[in-house]
Write a protein that binds this ligand. Sequence first.
Ligand code: ADP
Ligand code: GLC
Length: 507
Amino acid sequence: MRVLFVTAEAYPLAKTGGLADVSRALPIALARRGIDVCLLLPGYPRAYTRIVKPRIVAKLDPILGIDDATLVAGMFPDVDLPVWLIDSPTLFRRNGGLYQDQAGRDWPDNALRFAFLSHVAAKLAMQQTRIAWKPDVVHANDWHAGLLPLLLSLEKGRRPSTVFTTHNMAFQGNFGPEVLPVIGVPAHYHTTDGTEFYGQVSFLKAGLRYADRVTTVSPTYAREILTPDFGCGMDGVLRHRGAEFSGILNGIDDTLWDPASDVHLPQTYRASDISGKRTCKATLQHELGLPVRPDAPLIGFVSRLTHQKMADTILSAIPWIAEQGAQLVVVGEGEPAIEAAMSEIQAKYSDHVAVTIGYDEPLAHRLQAGSDILLAPARFEPCGLTQLYALRYGTLPVVRRTGGLADTVVDADTTAIAERTATGFVFDDTSMHGLISALGRALTLYEEPLTWRRLQLHAMAQDFSWDASAAKYIDLYSAVSGIPCTPTDRTTRDKDEIPETARQIAR
Ligand code: ADP
Ligand code: GLC
C-alpha cells in the first residue's frame, strides 16, 4: 500500500507544534509496518537545508500562475523516511515563519501558498508529474491540505482514496471570497454545502466535507467536536459525516523522547534508576538562574502561550505557586500580551519563576526531564503531546479533563493510587481555582516520596508508542481503499506490477 502524507510541518524539517511531531512519527510507524509512505511538504528554506541528498526530480508545470516550482526529493536527516519538498522561490523560499513573517503577521498569500500545496499533491496523486509513483491513499493533514480531498473528488479517472485529519478545529484556514479566483477551486463549490463558511472560503471545511474519511487525534476530542461547544462552527459538518468520522489517539516518537537515550539531557535515566533525573533538575535550575534546591517541587510548562493552553490562568496562579515554595519554569511563545505578562511576573518572583520566551527544542527536552510536575492544562486539547512526553520522563502531568488529555492521564484519586493506576492529576474547572486544586494535590503528594515514586514508575510504564494507533490508520486506509494490507496480499498484488517505492525514488 502506498500512502502520500501531506502536511505543512514535520520534525525536524519544520515545526511549530505537535503537528510536526505526529507528521514524523506516524509515517515512521507506517513505514515500519510495510507501508510505502512518502511525505509532501512546502520547501521552506530550513527544510531544504535539512534533508539529506536533495535532488530535483521534477519541474512542475505552471499551476495557479506559479511557474517556478520544482519537486525536490530527499530523505529525513536522521531516519529512513522519504520526503518531497515543493521548492518554489515565489511561495516558500522566504525568511520568517512557516505561516507568518518575522513580525508575526500571517503571510498575505497563505491561501495561495497552501492551495498550491494541495494542487501539487493532487498532481502527484494522479501521476500527472514525471514521478512514477502513484499512491493508493492520500492522507491530508489540517487546513493547509484541506483543499486536497476536494481537488481529488473532482477527478474523473481512478483516484486514490482520501483521509483528512483535523489536528485542531480552531485553525480553519478561512479566507475572504476574493481568494476564490486564485485557489483553483470552481466557484460553484463556494456554497453552504461546499467550502463556504460564514461568507468565507474555508480550507478546513473543504477537508472535512470532501475526504472519503475524516479523523481527529483522540477519541474524546472526536466526541467533543460533534457539539457546538467544541466544534468551532463545524460540528454540523462533522455530524453529517456519521461513521466516516472517527478519533485515533496520537502516539509519540519513543526514540526521540526517551530519557534513557535523550541526547539533550545532562544525564540520562530510566525507570529502574531515576537518579539521573535529579541531575537534570539541578542543571535546569542552574541554567535558568533559579536557586538550586533539590527539595523545591519544580513545575514545568512548555507550550504555546495561548488562551487554548490556559496560559492566562497559569499567570494568575503564579503568586500562589511562589507561596507554596515551588518553582515554575516556562518555555513558550504565543500571544504577545501573555508573553509580556510572563516576562514581567518573572522579574517579580525571580526566585520562583524562570521564563524563556521563544522556541527551543533541546530546552523542551531538558524541561521535561528536569521538572517534577508538568502543567498541561487546556480549555480544549485535540490530543496534546507534552503530557505524553512527561509521563515517559517520570514527570507527573497536571491536566484538564478534555480531549486527548482526558484519554491519556489517570487522576491520582484515592482509588487510583491504591489500585496503582494513577499517572497524574486531572481537573475540570477552567478557573484558577480548578488549576490550583489539582496542583495543590500534586504538591501534597510530592511530600510523600514513596507514593510519588510509585506514581512516577507507573507513568513511565505507560505505552504511548505509535504501535496501536498506526495499526488503526492502516485499517482505515485498507477500509477506504479496498486494498487489504497484509504481507501476503501485498505479494499477490505486486506480482504483475512491482512498483518503485518512494524511498527508492527519493534516494
Ligand atoms: P500543540 O500542537 O497544540 O501546540 P502539542 O502538545 O500537541 O500542542 O505539541 C506541542 C509540541 O511543541 C511539543 O513537541 C512541545 O514540546 C513543543 N513545544 C511547544 N512550545 C515549545 C517551545 N517554546 N519550545 C520548544 N518546543 C515547544
Ligand atoms: C494540534 C493540537 C494538539 C495535537 C497536535 C498533534 O496542534 O492542538 O492537541 O497534539 O495537533 O495532533
